[in-house]
Write a protein that binds this ligand. Sequence first.
Ligand code: NAD
Length: 434
Amino acid sequence: MKICVIGTGYVGLVAGAGFADMGNDVTCCDIDGEKIAVLKQGQVPIYEPGLDKLIAHNLQEGRLAFTTDISAAVAGAVVVVLAVGTPPAPDGSADLRYIFQGAETAARALSGWAVLVTKSTVPVGTGDKVEAIVRQHARHKFAVAANPEFLKEGDAVNDFMKPDRVIVGTSDPRALHTLQALYTPFTRSSDRILVMDRRSAELTKYAANAMLATRISFMNELAGLCDAVGADIELVRKGLGSDARIGTKFLYAGAGFGGSCFPKDLRAVISTAKEAGTHLQILAAVEAVNERQKHLLAERLLEHFGGGLQGRKIAVWGLAFKPGTDDVREAPALVLIEDLLAAGARVAATDPVAIPAARKILGERVEFQASNYQCAEGADALALVTEWRDYRRPNFERLYGLMRTPLVVDGRNVWEPSDLRAAGFTYYGIGRGG
Ligand code: NAD
């Protein structure tokens, strides 16, 4: 099957390489010439485990190509995937300009029937708007389907190759037949293709992210209660998660959620509801709790040091919004660092892969260190923000010797408070009992 993927970011690149790996002929295109040039040289512009091998293999087999010539890539394709960004507009709604641009370019370039598949996360009703744009510019018959993507950064290749479910939103028989043929190889062990109307498919993606974000904010709010009453959120989490009706996932209290999806998708679905004349009270609270949570680590440090951080060095471990990715979009570490700098601290930061991305945002205001121990050298406090594996069992004796003040703020509850206290550290976690 000839496929064109428009937008070669985290989703488009993984999807393009994944489709190619199933034997399809895929061209990934982007308006970002630099990105395409890097990919053409056989390099991968983002960090995603396993993606480099997948791309290299399919490039070698001649099934995967990269171009900035979107029209040429669309011509002859039976599936045109829109995987462009849908960033938040200032009012919180999803900015759909890249979707509409991509749809228009694709429509003009169609050389025969094709299904335009919206893989980007888009508000309910976007499929209707895309269809109207394509109808205006296309000279051939076409269909527009919703096919939201559920991969998670850090494990995106696995998620894409072995999806929990594939949602196909269309009522067009030819589009449905084409997409079933495309996805069946990904769901061979059991049929996990769910077919529904386009609007329900569009909303399902927001519903999934909103539910996951709700669980996190729920636990963060409960962690605040744990601190107030002397309970331990980690014990509560275990007791709660062992209930099969609840399950263990997404129940971790921490320094707040970030990334390119949860915060923006929450705002977008709240905005959709407002436009539709309804109000999503729970999700408004989820967002408010998260905004407060992202400032919690800095507040702990300010409280500890009596209100100011002048002359203090604070070490920050972890910049990516979660382990396994170099993505720092809306990362809690960025909020913490801005708070620390505003309070007069000198900040040193480290991360296994996200330093280049963070440097683009923070510039020279932060001292970046490749080694986590060098980062902590002479520090008055160490804040752990991203639970990379490298940070889970550090040599605390070594850290104790390196730091000026043995104080840790564990923003992901990965360290055992009693061990740290026994080793001479002052320990603050999230909801570990005050
Ligand atoms: P991204 O910013 O990494 O990539 C988007 C790409 O689209 C960029 O390379 C950009 O240059 C390109 N682009 C923009 N306009 C274009 C145009 N007119 N023609 C061609 N290329 C164009 O974004 P992403 O993280 O891959 O997310 C893409 C979409 O998928 C978003 O709607 C997002 O919400 C959704 N999504 C993301 C994830 C994730 O984990 N990142 C998961 C599921 C869904």
